[in-house]
Design a protein around this ligand. Structure first.
Ligand code: ZN
Ligand code: ZN
Ligand code: ZN
Length: 164
């Protein structure tokens, strides 16, 4: 089966293109939704996009502060709330941290592969996606899925290579 777009996060890839595409997609989605993609929200997304690694709210706040956006916690929390609500970023519950979405603006049910060593996160399709067992059983039962949380923890290819 072909690898999904999000899995490349854990392989060598053109990350510059990755950042540009995600930012452009987020901008287009914000314009479509008629929401205000303010400089601090945009900068917060850029910081999350720098690597495919989960970043905590506190670390984001320190980065925003260094960029002159102020050091009050609500600055980071409000920006993160916006990014998550718009689907531009996802919260990784296991790490209490955030990652940029690899296909912002598209409605989707994500699942994550999380490296326990380097905190790299790769996004894939979640179990509520069409054709999955969960989706099929829920439909048969008449259960309406509102949200799923799938976080697979393990070792990314890079960290596995470094294993003794
Ligand atoms: Zn990338
Ligand atoms: Zn996503
Ligand atoms: Zn790793």
């Amino acid at each position: 089966m072909a690898e999904r777009e999000g899995a490349k996060a854990m392989r060598a890839h053109d990350h510059g293109a990755c950042i540009r595409e995600a930012l452009a997609a987020a901008e287009a989605a914000a314009a479509r939704a008629g929401v205000n993609f303010t400089p601090v929200r945009r900068r917060a997304l850029e910081i999350l996009l720098e690597s495919h690694t989960a970043l905590g709210a506190y670390d984001l706040l320190k980065r925003l502060e260094a960029d002159g956006f102020g050091g009050q916690p609500p600055v980071a929390y409000r920006a993160l709330d916006f990014l998550v609500a718009q689907g531009f970023a996802h919260r990784i519950e296991r790490l209490n941290a955030f990652v940029a979405c690899v296909r912002p603006g598209e409605g989707h049910d994500p699942a994550f592969m999380i490296c326990r060593k380097c905190r790299a996160v790769a996004e894939t399709a979640g179990p509520a996606a069409e054709g999955g067992a969960l989706a099929e059983d829920a439909e048969a039962l008449g259960f309406e899925i509102e949200r799923t949380v799938v976080e697979a923890e393990g070792l990314c290819p890079k960290c596995r290579e470094l294993q003794p």
